[in-house]
Design a protein around this ligand. Sequence first.
Ligand SMILES: *Cc1c(COP(=O)(O)O)cnc(C)c1O
Length: 373
Amino acid sequence: MTSISVPLLDLKAQHVTIRDEVMTLLTQVVEEQSFILGPMVGRLECEVAGLSKTRYAIGCANGTDALLIAMRALGIGRDDEVVTTPFTFFATAGTIHNVGATPVFADIDPLTFNLDPAAAAAAVTSRTKAVIPVDLFGQMAPIEQFRGALGALPIIEDAAQSIGARRGVDGFETMAGQEATIGTYSFFPSKNLGGYGDGGMIVTQDEALFTTMMKLRTHGSMKTYYHEIVGYNSRLDALQAAVLLAKLPHLEQWSAARRANAAFYDQALSDVADVVTPYIDPANTSIYNQYTVRAQKRDALQAHLKKHDIGCSIYYPLPLHLQPCFAYLGYKEGQFPESERAAHEVLSLPVFPELTIAQRDAVVDAVRSFYGR
Ligand SMILES: *Cc1c(COP(=O)(O)O)cnc(C)c1O
């Protein structure tokens, strides 16, 4: 068996390929000494709006604040409910709590791991003010099905893991974030478009929401020192915008490399009975933020891979309805069986674009050797 170590993600391998482009733009910000908003942030907002096919994009401090600002712009607060998935990163539901509203969970589609539109619609009550589908692991939730099932109810698409993901239905192509009432992205370093620190962005087609969110980003004011609403200090740092501007032209090619790695694993693991490779809805083009398999022997497989220096991780080990901080919501184990089953079975393998052939082979060899193949 090949014995090389493979990290789950290798940011240094990416940095060496773009070092000069990043340093040039970073230096420009430093020379200009324009650290707060300014031209770099404006340029990145234009680029991301173009990629997402949205009219507006607003840089903010991180993907969590993007969700928070989206909900505040929709007027969501006390006595309101927001429906979402329990199988996601914590921020999706944490922000619902933090605007004063109640997170209401609905189960996932076991194939894609994304929120099930019918289950979400069934969880809607007279108090529901929005639904947040998450484009998990890099593939879009079926936005047109959510729209169909929810009518005029606002949809916040948490696309933190899926910038540049696409979905084609009836000959019509949709980008992640494009068709939602508000779409949100994260530039956390481990996302497909990652900064050198925290960052986030919000997109929308709606001018009124855009104006409100611009205010919310800077303490609720458009005119300095005059505050129409109470907002936040949640700006995208100009240094981060510079890094992201240097990286953005490479995003499509990186996503294609992730898809090629995924296709390799799909093939190389197809005869391993216990390993269920990711299901991508035929309408979707995934950007594979994670390559996530299911395995009944997940815990032992993970221990085996760790022992052989193969990076792997469980996203996510405990569904949000069972988190201690949400005990007050009164959910019980067994209530969302697909989310709970996923939490027991999932394991994400290295899929980053700079993986070498030898590293890919080492991942496959390690998985196969665990099953004695
Ligand atoms: C990363 C992530 C977030 C939060 O983004 P931050 O930039 O880390 O605040 C929200 N939702 C999902 C699904 C994520 O993966």
